[in-house]
Structures are given as C-alpha cells and as structure tokens.
Ligand binder design. Structure first.
Ligand code: FNR
Length: 342
C-alpha cells in the first residue's frame, strides 16, 4: 500500500464511517438562553484575529489531505471555501511532498487559492527541524500543526511503534521554527497531563481534536478489512479534552475540535474558552458529497447561526461570549469530577 493511495482511502473511509462509538460530549454543555439580551443582531460580531491575521469568524477547516494527485483539487476547493468564508485552514500531512517533491502542488494549491488567508502546515510531531521548515516554506504557512496520532499508528499495521523522544523533539521544533507551533491530536483528544507537558515544552497553541467525531481507529481497521468495534471507543471526548485543558489555566490558545457539527457546538467551545473551533470531516462531507457550493452555503449558515446563538446567549462579541455561564452535565461532568476538575 503506497502512501498516495492511503490518502484516498482516508478520505473514502472517513466519509463512509459515520457510526460513532462515543459522542464528543458537546451535548453535555449548555449555554444559558437569555430572553432579554438587549442586543440587535446587526451588532453581533464574530470577527477575530489568529496568528496575526483577521478572520471573519473563529473557525478553521482542519488538516485533512494532500499527497495524491486527486487531493490537489480538494485542497484548492477547501481553500476557496475558507477564503470566501473568511476562516482559517490547515492542509493535511505534508510528508508525501517531503518524500516526493513533485507532489508539493497538491498542497500549494491551497495557498494559491488563498494567498492572504491563514493557512497552516502539517506534519507529524516526530519530524525533523529541516522537514518542519520545508513544510512551512512550501505553502508560506502562518503556523505549523504537529500532530500526535499514537492510536492511528498502532491500528494501521506497519505504522510507527516507538514513540520515545517526541516531547523533546517538539521542544526543539518550537525553539527553531520561525512560525508558531500548534500541537494537535487527530481525534483521540489531549489529556491534562499531555497539555501540561506540551506547555512545559514551550507550546502555546493546542488543538484538542478529541474523540467523538472522526475516528482513526475505525478508519484504519476498515482499511485493513476488519473493524474492531471493541477498540473504537478509545479516546478522550472532545468536550472533556477542551475543559481539562482550560482548567489548567495556563496562557494557552486552545482550539476546540473533534465532532463539532453545528454553530451551537462551536459556540459552546468558544464560550468555554477556546479561541477557535476547527472542523474536518463535516466540511469534507459537504465538499465531496454535496451539491456545488454546498460547503460555502454551510459555512455561511454556520457563521449566521453562530451570531444568532451569541445573541440568544446575550453576547454581542466573542469576548462577551466567554463570560457567559455554562452548565455542564452528564458524562462530561462525571468525567471531570472523577479527574478532580470541577
Ligand atoms: C484528518 N485529520 C488529520 N490531522 C492531521 O493532523 N493530519 C492529517 O493529515 C489528517 N488527515 C485527515 C484526513 C481525513 C480524511 C480526516 C477526516 C481527518 C484529523 C483532523 O485534522 C481532525 O483533527 C479530526 O478529524 C477531528 O475533527 P473532526 O473530523 O471530528 O471534525
């Protein structure tokens, strides 16, 4: 199996697998309805800045693809949607183009389509400083996402099995890169312990990418022709992961992601304290399976709905949204209690 065809299989299986072993937990967070908001919808603002550039809304199309000729068009169309919506985007792992430079166009297509927008490079956290710098340079990235994906490596068969030295490598990368480093999971979440270790290593941007959305254990076992439902519940639900990280009260920029489906989910992540919300599979689904323009319409609706939710919660801007009360119930509340986080 070549890396190129694996890229297409990830796209294929991520869209095919929609049964979820566990939820992301966003349903356990409630923003309180305010019947007297005393705000006009016209004055509700979602604009913000990320990595020194303005965004129309605190949203990102998270890392997905590149590395196969067919993926150039997908990255181009994702970047077009991100530009039109005024939101950020990350390309998928650039390993393929580092190994085979002729494939760089499958990633640079995104930068061509959105020359001024926020675009993130993406590589494994085990990459070398030279590889990291090359990935950033390739797409003139505003930041580099380093992904952690232990369960995926173990599930894929023939993947990495030695995970020693990754934290020290991240510390080195943070030191020597010219752009900010964002450490992310790929759908299994980051624990309080992992976030603390990353903070101590100098990382200031964390994307929790928790469980409950895209499930790489399921994707990899489907690719191998044998699903392993008994293993597919592994991971920290996205809402739990975000709340654990927030409770550390470190000066971190947190990105809520994993199983976000609606503006209401996004608003909960932002109200809890995330600076940005990122979505992968739901955007891919609209792009690949939807009618022309569907991803654009969905993102417009998402931003419109976010403004409506903010108004209903009594928040005229994102700073006000963070100060709004939240109620946390169910499995998420139980989990945080068991972990000694209230
Ligand atoms: C991903 N994701 C991912 N992450 C990463 O850091 N590098 C990558 O190359 C990929 N590739 C990839 C391919 C496909 C098809 C999907 C759906 C996802 C993970 C992604 O960025 C995100 O962290 C998770 O998908 C969780 O978000 P959702 O999908 O639940 O919104």
């Amino acid at each position: 199996m070549t890396r190129k065809s694996r890229k297409l299989e990830h796209l294929h299986y991520s869209l095919q697998i929609c049964d979820r072993a566990a939820t992301a937990g966003w349903e356990d967070i409630a923003l309180i309805h305010q019947a007297l908001p005393e705000i006009s919808l016209a004055e509700v603002k979602t604009d913000c800045a990320f990595l020194g550039k303005p965004l129309r809304a605190p949203l990102m199309l998270n890392a997905m693809t590149g590395g196969h000729p067919d993926t150039a068009e997908i990255n181009r169309r994702l970047a077009r949607a991100a530009r039109r919506a005024g939101i950020a985007m990350a390309v998928g792992s650039q390993r393929a183009a580092l190994d085979e430079p002729a494939l760089a166009y499958t990633y640079t297509a995104a930068r061509e389509e959105n020359p001024d927008g926020v675009l993130l490079a993406n590589l494994s956290a085990a990459c070398t400083p030279a590889e990291a710098a090359a990935a950033v340079e390739m797409i003139h990235a505003d930041g580099l996402q380093l992904y952690l994906n232990v369960p995926q490596e173990l599930a894929m068969g023939g993947g990495e099995t030695d995970f020693r030295g990754v934290l020290a490598n991240i510390a080195t990368l943070v030191q020597c890169l010219s752009v900010p480093v964002i450490v992310k999971e790929v759908g299994f979440g980051l624990s309080r312990e992992a976030v603390t270790a990353l903070y101590r290593a100098g990382v200031r941007y964390i994307d929790v990418s928790g469980a409950g959305g895209t499930n790489f254990f399921a994707i990899e076992s489907a690719r191998r022709g044998r699903r392993r439902p008994e293993m597919e519940g592994w991971g920290i639900p996205a809402a739990v992961s975000l709340l654990e990280a927030l409770q550390l009260q470190r000066p971190l920029f947190l990105i809520a992601s994993g199983g976000l489906h609606s503006a209401l989910d996004v608003a909960k992540g932002l109200a809890a304290g995330a600076g940005l919300a990122a979505l992968a599979r739901p955007a891919l689904q609209r792009l690949v399976q939807g009618s022309p323009g569907e991803l654009d319409r969905w993102l417009e609706q998402m931003i419109g709905d976010l403004r409506a939710v903010m108004l209903m919660a009594g928040a005229a801007d994102l700073r006000a949204l963070v100060r709004k009360p939240l109620v946390i119930t169910g499995r998420t509340a139980e989990w945080l209690r068991c972990r000694g986080v209230d």
